[in-house]
Design a binder for this molecule. Structure first.
Ligand SMILES: [Zn+2]
Length: 227
C-alpha cells in the first residue's frame, strides 16, 4: 500500500514542481495540464505511469524558464514540434516493499504508440533524435531526479513522431483526437483536446461553467456554443 501512496505523492509533487519550479504563462494552469496529461494504470503487482508532454507543456515550463537564453526557447519548441513526447515509469513492488523499476532499454522494447488511424509506432531510436530535443530532456532530467528521488530517476523519456505519414498531427492538444500508448500489456489512452488548454464555456441556459471540450451542458443538456 505504501507503494500506491508514494505514487499519489509523486503525481501531486510533479504537479506542484512544475507549477512552482518554472514561470508559467498566465493562460495555462500547469498543475492542471500536468494532471490531465498523466495516465496511471495500477495492477495488483505493477504500476505504470505515462506522461504525455505536449508542446504547450514544454512551452510553459522549459521555454518560459528564466534560465532559458534568448532565442533558445523558440529553437527548443521547433525541435519539440517534431515529436510526441511520452515519459514512462513502470515499477513492481517486491515483498520487502522495495520497488523494482524497468530500465529505459527494457521499456523501449515493449512500448508502442497507436494513433487515431490505427498506425503503430515504436519509440524513435536515440541516435535519430534531434540534438536540441535531447538537450532539453537532459535539462529536465536532473531536476526531476533531485526533486522526485527514485521515481524521478526511473522516469524515462520516449519520442514518437508528431505526425502520421499523411501529415496529420498524432496528438494535437487543442483539437479533437485520441491516441494510446502500450507498455507491454498495459494500455494507456488519451482523449483530446486537453481541457486545461481550452477556455472554459458558460452554459447559455443555466449559466453553469463548462469545460472547453464539452459539447453539451451536463446540468441541463443545452448544446454549448463552439468557441
Ligand atoms: Zn446548462
Amino acid at each position: 500500500m505504501k507503494y500506491w501512496n508514494s505514487l499519489r505523492w509523486w503525481v501531486a509533487v510533479a504537479a506542484s514542481f512544475f507549477a512552482g519550479g518554472f514561470v508559467a504563462t498566465a493562460q495555462v494552469d500547469v498543475a492542471a495540464l500536468s494532471q490531465e496529461t498523466q495516465r496511471v494504470a495500477q495492477g495488483p503487482n505493477a504500476m505504470t505511469m505515462a506522461w504525455w508532454m505536449p508542446e504547450d507543456f514544454w512551452a510553459v515550463t522549459f521555454a518560459a524558464s528564466p534560465k532559458a537564453k534568448a532565442g533558445e526557447a523558440e529553437a527548443a519548441l521547433k525541435a519539440i514540434r517534431r515529436y510526441t513526447v511520452v515519459a514512462v515509469l513502470d515499477g513492481t513492488p517486491g515483498a520487502s516493499g522495495a520497488v523494482s523499476y524497468r530500465s529505459g532499454d527494457e521499456l523501449r522494447q515493449i512500448m508502442r504508440l497507436t494513433d487515431a488511424w490505427g498506425n503503430s509506432y515504436a519509440p524513435i531510436a536515440e541516435n535519430e533524435v534531434d540534438p536540441a530535443m535531447k538537450a532539453m530532456i537532459q535539462t529536465m532530467k536532473p531536476s526531476l531526479a533531485s526533486t522526485l528521488g527514485p521515481l524521478g530517476q526511473n522516469l524515462h523519456f520516449f519520442l514518437f513522431p508528431a505526425r502520421n505519414d499523411a501529415g496529420d498531427p498524432i496528438a494535437d492538444a487543442r483539437a479533437r483526437g485520441r491516441f494510446s500508448v502500450a507498455v507491454g500489456k498495459t494500455e494507456l489512452k488519451w482523449r483530446l483536446p486537453v481541457d486545461a488548454l481550452l477556455p472554459a464555456k458558460s452554459c447559455d441556459e443555466c449559466k453553469q461553467e463548462c469545460k472547453g471540450s464539452w459539447k453539451y451542458c451536463p446540468w441541463c443538456g443545452t448544446k454549448l456554443a463552439e468557441k
